[in-house]
Design a protein around this ligand. Structure first.
Ligand code: ADP
Ligand code: MG
Length: 446
């Protein structure tokens, strides 16, 4: 099976990917449900599991004509032979190492656009921005590590660059390393493969004053890399060097990150960024418009800020597009024109179905939709069922008999009673009310 899958992968992936990663995989054994594949080392396994497992799974699926579980094992026989022979000379570098460490760019820079001056502060990012500024003033002295988390496009990377820019502005001799966790992982795997662990450690542990690692959620599943990072972290931290980390979720909820790492992550200050409120969105979009010299009337700024709320990156995207259109057509911007230009970016009012409601509610409570449609009267199931009925009523406006039909033909009085029970229990500010709010967000995708 694997041979055929390999054939497919050879044609469907780049040569680079194939030569470096895919071709290292061999078939070890196969039974009815599982294909066991061998890889030369833990590092290769980590790498493939984090990056290419879907690709591999698809190829195997299509080669076998059925889905197979895939398991990776370390191929001990090949382990010894896989040691690299030549060592590249150690690169002497005292420059700021940023982003892609892989030397192609001689003196990489932090983005100049990402400064504290260009960062609009509001309630949604106040703590994170203040902590970032404090760390930039006194790197390593307080809030160490600083851990910033929050959804995508909300300014985490911007803040990291701002810290780096500020530190270098004040002291150009500081050695600031900014790297995405993804690149860290890349580097680790590549250098380990080449037998250059020393070089790797030198880059990240020696002579580093500030280490900023972006999007560390990427390290999930990469056990060896996590282990290495743990030591990097401890070395730097013990030496009083500043560490700033970001992730897209709360460090306490990071899946597949070792608990000793999580403990270290949260030993300093943890600050979140969330969706900016309306006023801040307006301020941000106006600031950007000014910066880009776009003539943006107030009513258009308000229109855009009211429609796009989830990420600042999306706000920027919208502004860029508005500017381009206005420039090309010479037509002045108005809310109606903006609506036309941004149509596909604006949230679609998608028709909700009871199916969808059931799916979301079931997932939320760790049940199946069959549970919700079934007859089981166990408390947690009955409660979840009531909640799902409640949302069908509230968000879709279905009639009680219709809802009954969608839940395995329950009597409409049963539905009515369930909906009422939920509405009664929904006391403003209670944990249950918060639970319902969260569910509603998930259902409507708001
Ligand atoms: P994240 O790393 O959280 O996904 P980024 O830092 O890449 O988000 O931010 C996305 C874009 O939005 C960037 O261009 C950034 O400059 C901008 N941005 C985010 N928050 C703000 C803010 N508060 N003020 C100004 N620009 C912001
Ligand atoms: Mg980012």
């Amino acid at each position: 099976v694997w041979e055929r899958a390999l054939e497919k992968l050879r044609h469907s992936t780049t040569d680079y990917l194939y030569e470096n990663w895919i071709s290292q995989i061999t078939e070890v054994s196969r039974d009815e449900r599982t294909l066991t594949l061998g890889v030369p080392s833990l590092f290769v396994r980590d790498w493939i599991v984090t990056h290419y497992v879907d690709l591999v799974r698809k190829a195997v699926h299509s080669a076998a004509g059925e889905p197979l579980e895939i398991e990776f094992v370390i191929d001990e026989a090949r382990k010894a032979g896989a040691q690299p022979v030549a060592r590249e000379p150690v690169r002497q570098s005292d420059e700021v190492v940023i982003g892609e460490i892989e030397v192609a760019r001689p003196r990489p820079k932090l983005s100049e656009r990402f400064t504290f001056e260009n960062f609009v502060v509001g309630p949604s990012n106040q703590l994170a921005a203040a902590a970032a500024a404090a760390v930039a003033e006194n790197p390593g002295k307080q809030y160490n590590p600083l851990f910033i988390y929050g959804g995508t496009g909300l300014g985490k990377t911007h803040l990291l660059h701002a810290i780096g820019n500020r530190i270098l502005e004040r002291d150009p001799k500081m050695r600031v390393v900014y790297i995405s966790a993804e690149h860290f992982l890349n580097e680790f795997v590549t250098l380990v493969k080449k037998g250059q662990m020393e070089e790797f450690r030198r880059r990240f542990r020696q002579g580093v004053d500030v280490l900023m690692m972006d999007d560390i959620q990427v390290l999930k599943k990469a056990q060896e890399t996590q282990n290495e990072f743990f030591h990097t972290f401890n070395d730097l931290h013990d030496a009083g060097k500043a560490i700033i980390l970001t992730s897209d979720i709360n460090p306490n909820e990071l899946p597949n990150i070792e608990s000793r790492l999580r403990t270290r992550f949260t030993s300093g200050l943890t600050a979140d960024v969330y969706e900016p409120p309306f006023e801040v969105r307006i301020a941000i979009i106006k600031r950007k418009a000014e910066f880009e010299r776009v003539n943006l009337p107030d009513d258009v700024a308000q229109f855009v800020a009211s429609k796009i709320s989830r990420s600042v990156r999306d706000l920027e995207g919208a502004l860029t597009r508005l500017a381009a259109h206005a420039n090309l057509t010479g037509r002045p911007l108005s809310p109606a024109y903006a609506q036309e230009i941004l149509r596909d970016l604006l949230p679609q009012r998608q028709a909700l179905s009871s199916d969808h409601v059931q799916k979301v509610v079931a997932r939320y409570y760790g049940l199946t939709t069959d549970d919700l449609r079934g007859e089981k009267r166990l408390r947690p199931i009955a409660n979840a069922r009531s909640v799902a009925m409640y949302f069908c009523r509230k968000l879709i406006g279905d009639s009680f008999p219709t809802i009954g039909g969608a839940f395995g033909n329950k009597h409409h009085t049963t539905v009515m009673a369930a909906v009422e029970r939920v509405a009664e229990k929904r006391v403003e500010g209670s944990p249950f009310a918060r639970e319902l709010e969260e569910l509603e967000r998930q259902i409507t995708g708001a």
